[in-house]
Design a protein around this ligand. Structure first.
Ligand SMILES: *[C@@H]1O[C@H](CO)[C@@H](O)[C@H](O)[C@H]1NC(C)=O
Ligand SMILES: *[C@@H]1O[C@H](CO)[C@@H](O)[C@H](O)[C@H]1NC(C)=O
Ligand SMILES: *[C@@H]1O[C@H](CO)[C@@H](O)[C@H](O)[C@H]1NC(C)=O
Ligand SMILES: *[C@@H]1O[C@H](CO)[C@@H](O)[C@H](O)[C@H]1NC(C)=O
Ligand SMILES: *[C@@H]1O[C@H](CO)[C@@H](O)[C@H](O)[C@H]1NC(C)=O
Ligand SMILES: *[C@@H]1O[C@H](CO)[C@@H](O)[C@H](O)[C@H]1NC(C)=O
Length: 385
């Protein structure tokens, strides 16, 4: 009976729960000792995708598009192929490796993507979680040559044709999503595109240059303990992306870190809280400018961007925000706000007058519960970081 080593294995997992990432999924995510099933500790029915392990439900080769992750997402289970909220929840474990594919999630029922983790490093506390990730999903398309922005993302979450809403509860843990079109700003090259869906990301990384993150119409997103690499206009439409305890790594400046097109009278906007906004540690000084980055520029006069308790290094421009076109003033109908910014980029004395410097009391109206008008059930509040 091999229950003794297995008992030790699970004991070590239990012990690690103190510093765990997702208490719900960590035991599934940890790589297993030789001879144990990769799916040990996973919820029943979990599918396993691997680029190397022939015992996986879906395997792919490292060359060419194999659509390994996409194939697993498309597997019919219950009523998951149609947009049927609350049924047919699917969990997919993705093994260590590189996956060269574009993932397009159109299923409506809950979906969880889990990146495998090394038990030796999963819970180390150095930096935020993406530094321990073993799973990379990437593509290399950029806008131009007949392609629109929307055709370039590595991860798309949205409704299938004719459905009013896409995924009601999409979650990804410990996965790096990258657009490797170039190692410099070549053109819009999206990593994520999320429209009409509720999505959340835990310990992930998102890497590109221009337009890394597209928050499309009607999406609610929560990103925690993650790193977003980009330059120029992460762009957003009426929707709510909330970035909590992330690193926003500026690979260069241009446009704004946020570029928002808003709607009057809503809480739609981009919210960045308890995060580190910094010059990217991976910038190559020979190919990027070393200018100062603006926290935001308004795509329309109702732009909303709220920065709560962030650390800002000296890559942030002293003015904070700028207009869409140079020479214009920032419209007074925008809502740009900061509360308790700190660090070298957080000297408020030269901020544009349209920046609302919030008091502690005022900041309370921009808490997560206020912004989403509830404590969203689609957020994994047990995730620890
Ligand atoms: C996935 O692989 C596991 C382990 O081999 C197996 O038990 C399970 O039936 C497979 N699932 C599907 C849907 O094929
Ligand atoms: C994703 O799939 C939907 C539904 O088939 C389609 O409308 C959309 O164009 C696809 N998006 C991408 C980026 O392939
Ligand atoms: C980007 O840089 C990496 C690391 O040097 C290299 O492996 C990759 O081929 C480069 N990609 C492009 C598109 O230049
Ligand atoms: C912010 O990120 C930079 C670059 O990774 C790092 O050097 C710095 O220590 C971080 N600062 C804080 C306050 O976390
Ligand atoms: C903030 O900026 C003002 C104006 O540029 C400058 O006079 C002041 O010394 C700065 N404060 C700090 C703490 O750097
Ligand atoms: C999506 O999230 C919002 C905000 O939490 C919530 O009000 C809405 O009911 C969710 N939609 C679905 C279809 O679950």
């Amino acid at each position: 009976m091999k229950s003794l080593p297995l008992a030790f294995f699970y004991l070590s997992i239990l012990f690690r729960l103190v510093l765990s990432l997702s208490p719900t999924y960590l035991s599934c995510q940890l790589q297993k000792p030789t001879g144990e099933s990769a799916l040990a500790g996973c919820p029943e029915g979990t599918l396993y995708v691997s680029s190397t392990d022939p015992s996986a439900n879906f395997t792919g080769s490292s060359g060419g598009h194999q659509f390994s992750v996409s194939s697993a997402i498309l597997i019919p289970r219950g009523s998951l192929m149609c947009n049927s909220p609350g049924t047919g929840k699917a969990v997919i474990l993705i093994g260590e490796g590189q996956y060269f594919e574009m993932v397009n999630v159109t299923r409506g029922a809950p979906l969880v993507l889990l990146g495998q983790l090394d038990s030796a490093t999963a819970s180390t506390r150095a930096g935020n979680a993406p530094q321990r990730n073993l799973v990379y999903i990437w593509n290399n398309l950029h806008a131009g040559n007949g392609l629109n922005d929307e055709e370039t993302p590595t991860l798309t979450v949205g409704p299938s044709d004719g459905h009013p809403f896409g995924n009601v509860d999409f979650k990804a843990y410990n996965i790096d999503f990258e657009n490797r079109a170039a190692n410099y700003s070549i053109a819009p090259a999206l990593v994520t595109s999320i429209t009409l869906a509720n999505t959340s990301f835990y310990g992930c990384a998102f890497a590109s240059w221009q337009d890394t993150w597209y928050a499309g119409y009607g999406s609610n997103t929560y990103v925690v303990d993650s790193t977003i690499y980009g330059q120029t206009d992460c762009k957003f439409f009426p929707s709510i992306p909330w970035f909590q305890s992330v690193t926003l790594a500026n690979r260069g400046c241009g446009g704004g870190i946020t570029a928002w097109r808003g709607e009057p009278g809503t809480t739609n906007g981009v919210y960045i809280a308890n995060s580190n906004i910094t010059r990217s540690p991976d910038i190559d000084p020979t190919i990027v400018t070393t200018g100062r980055c603006f926290l935001g520029r308004p795509w329309n006069e109702y732009a909303v961007a709220v920065f709560l308790k962030n650390h800002m290094d000296d890559s942030i421009h002293p003015s904070g925000f700028t207009s869409w076109a140079s020479g214009d003033a920032v419209p007074t109908t925008t809502f740009y706000a900061e509360f308790d910014s700190h660090g070298p980029g957080a000297n408020m004395s030269s901020r544009v007058e349209q920046d609302h410097i919030l008091s502690s009391e005022e900041s309370q109206t921009h808490r997560l519960e206020e912004v989403f008008q509830e404590r969203p059930r689609w957020i994994d509040s047990r995730y620890q970081y």
